[in-house]
Design a protein around this ligand. Structure first.
Ligand code: 13P
Ligand code: ZN
Length: 267
């Protein structure tokens, strides 16, 4: 349990210090692995059964550590039990209840649909090896969704791949671009989860980014690299625009050198 709390403290603290988590911006969820799952066996449920917005049989019986709605990620380091909670999904995948946290009262993030629906997909696509999902508000990724006209998944992926030579290695499947949808909605949750079947990153226009990974470090690292590439891209625009860039052949060569399965449909 302490290891789990330390992991989330580190990630949430890093997110806050990066400037990605103003006020209550951003949220984190971690599906509990066998080791952490068992720790909560002795806990009595702290809430009624609460209905999920749709059935999620893929994650029936799973437990998740989830940041609280309205809570500040920067405060997790100081008061973890107030700002995070552990919820359990029932055996039908239809309801959840609180086992621990959100002291004295509280609820999981308003982005729970995106988190839980994405966990359904990333659990399946990773053969049960992916446990982490992060949503956050990094400045440069958001700014890019205002500064570049007619963005879509293809143009955004290509732009970021070309803005920093490490990007094809870190996200060879590209980065999904989702046009603006209301925060916290089921529509946003469904679109994000669909994106996660193909990719590990999705940008929410005018709002932020989501990333998944085997653990919080991997999810954080993917977002960090995308944000760095977005920042470089904006600096290049501010410095008068692109004078030269990585060619398609160079991007393919980098991916091949590191054995990364590039999504060729994005070229
Ligand atoms: P929560 O406070 O409900 O987690 O919402 C923050 C956020 O980033 C919404 O998109
Ligand atoms: Zn948000």
């Amino acid at each position: 349990m302490q290891k789990l709390i330390n992991e989330i403290k580190k990630t949430s603290g890093d997110m806050a210090r990066r400037g990605w988590a103003e006020s209550n911006g951003g949220n984190i969820s971690l599906r509990l692995n066998e080791e952490n799952y068992a720790f909560f066996n002795e806990f009595q449920p702290k809430s009624e059964m609460i209905k999920l917005p749709m059935g999620m049989p893929e994650i029936a019986g799973e437990r998740f550590l989830v940041t609280g709605t309205g809570r500040f990620l920067r405060n997790i380091e100081v008061f973890p039990e107030k700002n995070i909670g552990v919820i359990e999904i029932d055996n039908m995948g239809k309801n959840w209840q609180l086992l621990w946290g959100y002291e004295p009262v509280g609820a999981p993030t308003s982005e729970l649909p995106s988190h839980l629906l994405s966990h359904c997909r990333i659990k399946a696509k990773s053969d049960n090896q992916s446990f982490a999902f992060i949503h956050t508000h990094p400045n440069s990724v958001i700014a890019l969704t205002y500064a570049v006209a007619n963005l879509d998944t293809r143009s955004l992926s290509k732009l970021l791949w070309q803005s920093h030579a490490e990007c094809v290695v870190v996200f060879p499947q590209g980065i999904e671009f989702l046009p603006w949808v209301m925060a916290g909605s089921m529509d946003l949750g469904i679109a994000t989860a669909d994106a996660m079947t193909k990719r590990n990153l999705a940008v929410w226009q005018f709002h932020g980014i989501c990333g998944c990974g085997r653990n919080l470090d991997e999810a954080f690292g993917r977002i960090d690299v995308a944000e760095k590439a977005a920042e470089i891209c904006l600096r290049v625009m501010a410095a008068g625009g692109v004078k030269q860039t990585l060619s398609d052949a160079q991007l393919r060569a980098i991916a091949a050198n590191f054995n990364c399965p590039l999504d060729e449909t994005l070229f």
